[in-house]
Write a protein that binds this ligand. Structure first.
Ligand code: SAM
Length: 220
């Protein structure tokens, strides 16, 4: 059946509710909250789960993968401290929802996904939303995107066993890498800052549970 993509007043009302909930959970970055309030998350969710799109939950999106919970998306986006025009690399396009939030915050987004089917579906929805500052690629994001480096910010949306050095190398000076690091069930959110002289600062935040980052510099 042909799916209709409509963003109704009801959806907008549900998004207001979700935005309020994220504010109560501690998200403070106004640009991120405004992005959550404007991006139609239900477009990125398989039709059978569409009515639940504005609950603060992760959902399956095919290929054994998930669209992250809105709180997680907002949390990672907030840690990036985005400025308009930032060049951002995302590892794990998945549904394309996180990419859409970054775009709504004014970033220029480069996003890599290892599953071609997911990348194709994300491209379709992101085209429908109509943002031009987006570049998608199918491949192993654990090696980064060397032709497009350096990046102001890098966000990894799958759980890594450790911080891939190659991603740190592709950051600009004073850039941030936000990455969940841990085992296959639980990870700590980590923010790495690339200080002058290639020095590294590491900050550790809350626990999350992501699908695994699989690749040369991830899980095998
Ligand atoms: N950002 C996504 C969203 O908004 O829907 C979340 C996607 S899901 C939590 C993580 C994604 O990372 C999955 O789609 C998975 O296939 C992808 N992934 C895992 N390892 C990868 C790798 N080495 N390179 C690129 N994508 C990878």
């Amino acid at each position: 059946m042909h799916r209709k993509f409509e963003d109704t007043y009801k959806h907008k009302g549900l998004r207001n509710g979700l935005t309020d909930k994220l504010r109560l959970k501690g998200i403070k970055a106004e640009a991120v909250l405004m992005a959550i309030n404007s991006v139609p998350r239900h477009f990125f969710i398989p039709s059978e789960f569409e009515i639940h799109a504005y609950e603060d939950k992760a959902f399956p999106i095919g290929s054994g993968q998930t669209i992250s919970q809105p709180y997680t998306v907002a949390y990672q986006s907030q840690l990036l401290q985005l400025s308009i025009g930032d060049k951002v690399l995302e590892i794990g396009t998945g549904s394309g929802y996180q990419a859409s939030i970054l775009l709504a915050c004014g970033a220029i987004v480069y996003s890599i996904e290892r599953h071609a089917e997911l990348s194709k579906q994300a491209a379709k929805i992101l085209k429908l939303i109509g943002d031009k500052q987006l570049h998608l690629k199918v491949g192993d994001g654990t090696i980064g995107w060397v032709e497009q480096a350096p990046f102001d910010k890098i966000i990894v949306t799958a759980g890594a066993p450790s911080v891939p050095k190659i991603l740190f190398n592709q950051l600009k000076e004073n850039g941030y890498l936000v990455i969940p690091v841990g085992n296959d069930t639980k990870q700590k959110m980590v923010r790495i800052t690339k200080l002058p002289g290639n020095e590294l600062k590491s900050e550790i935040f809350e626990d999350f549970s992501f699908v695994p980052l699989i690749g040369k510099n991830g899980w095998k």
